[in-house]
Structures are given as C-alpha cells and as structure tokens.
Design a binder for this molecule. Structure first.
Ligand code: CDP
Ligand code: CDP
Length: 204
C-alpha cells in the first residue's frame, strides 16, 4: 500500500478532527485538517488582507497561530464561499492526499471535490444541539468568554452558509458512509471510523 486516502467531511464540531487524528494514528497515516487552511485565510482577512491574495500566499507559519476562535471560524466560512479562494487551496490538499503512506483529510468537500476517488469516505455528523454543546465546552476549556447561545448561533450560521453555497457545498458524497455521533462517545465514533477504514483496506 503506497497511496490511500480517507476523506472525512461533516458540519461544524461533528467530531471530524478528533476522529481523523485517531484514524491517522491508528493506521500510521498523515492528517490534514483542511478547515485550518480556511481559518488561516479568514484570520488574514480580519487583518485587512484580500482573501484571494491571502489564500495564494498561505504559508505554514499562517497555520500556527490560534485559529480556533468563533470569530476566525465565521471569517473562514465567509471566505470559503469564494471560488478563487477554494481554487487556490486545491493543489496543496490534493498533493497531501496522494502522499506516500496514506492520508486522512477532514473538511467539507474532501469526498465530493478534493478527493472524489478517495478509498474511504466518511460523513461525520450530529445534531446541531449536540455539536454546539461540544464546541461550547471546548471553548470554555480554552478559557474563551462565550455563551451557549453564541456558540449555537455560530454553528448554525456556518452550517447554513456551508450547505447553501454554490461552490463545493457541504453534503455527503454519494458513496460516503454517514456516521451520526449524536449518541456516541469518542471511543465509539473512532471505532466506527476505524472499522470503515479496515474495510477499505481489505482487512475485514
Ligand atoms: O473537527 P470537528 O469540528 O468536526 O470536531 P472536533 O473538534 O473533533 O470535536 C468537537 C468536540 O466534540 C471536541 O471537544 C471533541 O472532544 C468532542 N467530541 C465528543 O464529545 N464526542 C464525539 N463523539 C466526538 C467529538
Ligand atoms: O472545526 P469546525 O468543524 O468548526 O470548522 P473547520 O473545519 O475548521 O472549518 C471552518 C470553516 O472553513 C467551515 O465552516 C467552512 O466554511 C470552511 N471549510 C470549507 O469550506 N471547506 C473545507 N474543506 C474545510 C473548511
């Protein structure tokens, strides 16, 4: 096995990152959180930089700061509707997906647009209320001053924008396996994802 791509898509705070990291660790694959690319562009735009220019000039350094705030998330989803921003980020993602040794990419359009030929496609979801509560606890833990209502509003606004945009909207690929984590703990969600990858690898 040299090249093997796992595409994990889904709405905000569904558990994509957690599951992707665990799957990558389990199989020794590399992991790319593609949301970070859009967050980095969003963060640049908040400082006054043009979004397309920011996307074309993205460096590893831009991905290093604290991008996991609600303000940056909103800015990310606003720049993510722009076709030229998305186009500027495609090659990096596809190259990552085809690296030797296997790769897991998580985002919104991995199974539909970035890697339509991925060997395994998962669509990880959960109810908006569950996702907002998880993200709220996570942000509280980081010491951010947010309310439940604000976090729920952020999640719903981003999901709506991500689903309704013309370019690469959030939706499961026709051949994706849907994993609804509303009633699953992390261990069970990771177990369900690992089982799908084992199947994709022909191990079961
Ligand atoms: O990457 P994404 O935004 O989809 O979600 P995440 O950052 O992996 O997960 C959001 C939060 O939900 C994290 O704090 C996870 O620990 C938590 N989580 C959970 O409580 N139960 C799950 N089944 C999956 C994630
Ligand atoms: O962690 P969470 O699921 O809340 O968000 P994220 O994955 O970091 O993505 C932030 C925003 O970037 C999303 O709301 C999308 O608008 C955008 N995004 C996208 O359009 N395409 C991707 N492949 C990844 C993220």
């Amino acid at each position: 096995m040299t090249r093997f791509t796992v595409a994990i898509d889904g709405p905000a705070a569904a558990g994509k990152g957690t599951i992707s990291k665990a799957v990558a660790a389990h199989f020794g694959f590399a992991h790319l959180d593609t949301g970070l690319l859009y967050r980095a562009v969003g963060a640049k735009v908040l400082t006054g930089v043009d979004p397309v220019r920011a996307a074309k000039a993205l460096t590893a350094q831009d991905l290093g700061g604290d991008l996991r705030t609600p303000e940056v998330a909103q800015a990310a989803s606003r720049v993510a509707v722009l076709p030229d921003v998305r186009a500027a980020l495609v090659t990096f993602q596809r190259d990552f997906a085809l690296r030797e040794g296997g790769a897991v990419l998580d985002g919104r359009d991995i199974g539909t647009v970035i890697c339509p030929d991925a060997q395994v496609k998962l669509f990880v979801t959960a109810s908006a209320a569950v996702r907002a509560e998880r993200r709220f606890l996570e942000l509280l833990d980081k010491g951010l001053d947010v309310t439940r209502e604000e976090v729920l509003a952020d999640v719903i606004a981003r999901d709506t924008r991500d689903r309704e945009r013309a370019e690469a909207p959030l939706k499961p690929a026709d051949d994706a396996v849907v994993i609804d984590t509303s009633d699953m703990n992390i261990e069970d969600a990771v177990g369900a994802a690992v089982a799908q990858v084992q199947k994709g690898l022909g191990l079961t």
